[in-house]
Design a protein around this ligand. Structure first.
Ligand code: 2GN
Length: 456
């Protein structure tokens, strides 16, 4: 990070005096005290727990300073009204300071794939950085920005929405030059209530754009009402100038033509939606003057980061919400809230499979048990808990839920009931169900998802 402490103080409007504090260069900004290294700035955010409780751990791990909403004795800190607002202001400033060109991507499915494809194409020609994992919300986006290398020229930012207004905020922080909306999804998989609302929320991606902005959107008429008049709009789809033609699909690859490029595009991925994603990515490449040769090369060799928070389908038809990326109490509460807010399918159950969150320190068992507040017996039909520190949660939940709806499977140094858990899930999972899976990477829930996808 190319920022010093006093520079940050100015940007966030620190209310305390810095006369006794050295203006040191900052290495990185972190909100999870487990990630703090020597020279970092700690940003205490309110998640499942208040980050201010972990300020001392952050200093023990090497932080040189912290943001704080309250006064602190004996440690360098910057007093601010709201640490999240300060964090976002800092990201906004940093993009501007480094003069980075911003490409924003939103959409229901395929935003991660499209983001990866755009980044792969731009990387052939420019120093390019992109959103990592699912860091696409009001915390993840500023985090991504502050973690980009100092020589970044183009940044491809994924923007997710959980509530109306989320994308407006992200767009105003990032001020995109080019924005892509990949798809307006199905209302039953998001909790906006209607496709109109989903469309409206996504189209707020223009909120932070100027008249030199370029918006790339599907031909879906649902967005017609939200098209901006003060910037260039490019539409893609079967009846548009930019469309997928002569699509040839094989088992795990495809080729197609599009008016954007002279030669056909080859992709080592199946699925018509991937052709559309690649076409849109090629379009961004063209707009930013990447050679056709480089665009084709990048797409032919594309490697996707597995998105672990998108909806998937089980072989029996059930909807899977798989999220095994962030192992912390906040992420677990957030995903439970998201999952619980989505209406169940007709005659379908809602099943939550939760596994241990690792490295939570001495209060780990308590932090697992606190998850109880996010478990609603009137919403969740089945609860499957797996691990060691999660055992007390299983105990507490079985008192709250109807008999037979909570099951616990052990995993500790001497015993692992993984196969029993998998068998149990396969037994209870019906075609109309929705199932959430969440836990630390090392708990291997990814394997459960994989099995559910291929079973039968
Ligand atoms: O959902 S997120 O993961 N998110 C990140 C951004 O992109 C999108 C997804 C998310 C995570 C969000 Cl949105 C917000 C927050 Cl605040 C977090 C987050 O990191 N939360 C964390 C905690 C909470 N609540 S990380 C973390 C690690 N911490 C425990 C609590 C916690 C480890 C820890 C354990 C013990 C001590 C200190 C830290 C300790 N110190 N014990 N005694 N002294």
């Amino acid at each position: 990070m190319k920022l010093t402490l006093h520079e940050v103080a100015k940007v966030v409007g620190a209310k305390n005096s810095l006369s006794d504090i050295d203006d040191v260069p900052l290495r990185q900004a972190e909100f999870d005290s487990r990630k703090i290294q020597a020279g970092d700035l700690f940003v205490p955010l309110k998640g499942a727990r208040d980050g201010h409780d972990f300020i001392e751990t952050a200093f023990a791990n090497g932080a040189v300073a912290t943001l704080s909403e309250k006064e602190i004795e004996g440690r360098p800190y910057l007093l601010v009204e709201d640490c999240l607002v300060a964090f976002q202001a800092l990201a906004h400033y940093y993009l501007d300071k480094l003069g980075v060109d911003v490409i924003a991507v939103t959409g229901s499915n395929g935003k991660t794939t499209t983001k990866d494809m755009i980044a792969a194409i731009l990387s052939t020609t420019y120093k390019t950085y992109k959103t990592q994992g699912n860091y696409n919300n009001e915390i993840g986006l500023p985090y991504t920005v502050l973690h980009m290398p100092k020589d970044t020229e183009k940044i491809v930012l994924e923007m997710g929405q959980d509530h109306m207004g989320d994308i407006e905020l992200l767009s105003k922080i990032a001020k995109p030059h080019i924005s892509v909306v990949t798809l307006i999804g199905e209302a039953h998989l998001e909790f906006f209530g209607s496709r109109e609302k989903i469309a409206q929320g996504k189209m707020q991606i223009t909120a932070g754009m100027n008249s030199d902005g370029i918006l790339i959107v599907p031909d879906d008429p649902i967005i017609d009402a939200y098209l901006p008049e003060n910037m260039m709009v490019i539409r893609f789809g079967d009846e548009e100038e930019i469309s997928v033609q002569d699509l040839q699909e094989k088992k795990d690859s495809l080729t197609f033509r599009t008016s954007i490029l002279r030669r056909p595009i080859s992709l080592p991925l199946p699925g018509k939606y991937n052709a559309t994603n690649a076409m849109v990515a090629a379009c961004v490449g063209k707009l930013l003057a990447v050679e056709e040769e480089d665009i084709l090369d990048a797409l032919a060799n594309i490697e996707l980061t597995r998105n672990r928070t998108e909806w998937k389908k089980a072989a029996n038809g059930a909807d899977i919400l798989s999220d095994v990326y962030n192992a912390n109490p906040t992420a677990m509460k957030l995903i439970l809230e998201t999952f619980s807010a989505i209406p169940a399918n007709e005659a379908g159950q809602k099943i939550a499979v939760l596994a241990d969150m690792k490295e939570l320190g001495p209060d780990s068992v308590q932090m697992h048990t606190d998850i109880l507040k996010s478990l609603d017996p009137s919403v969740l039909d089945q609860l499957v808990l797996y691990g060691e520190d999660i055992a007390d949660l299983a105990e507490a939940a079985s008192r709250l839920f109807p008999a037979g709806s909570v099951s616990y499977f052990k995993k500790n140094a001497s015993e692992d009931q993984f196969e029993d858990m998998l068998g149990h899930i396969q037994t209870i999972l019906q075609p109309a169900d929705q199932i959430l899976l969440k836990g630390s990477n090392s708990m291997n829930l990814a394997k459960v998802v994989e099995e559910l996808e291929k079973q039968g």
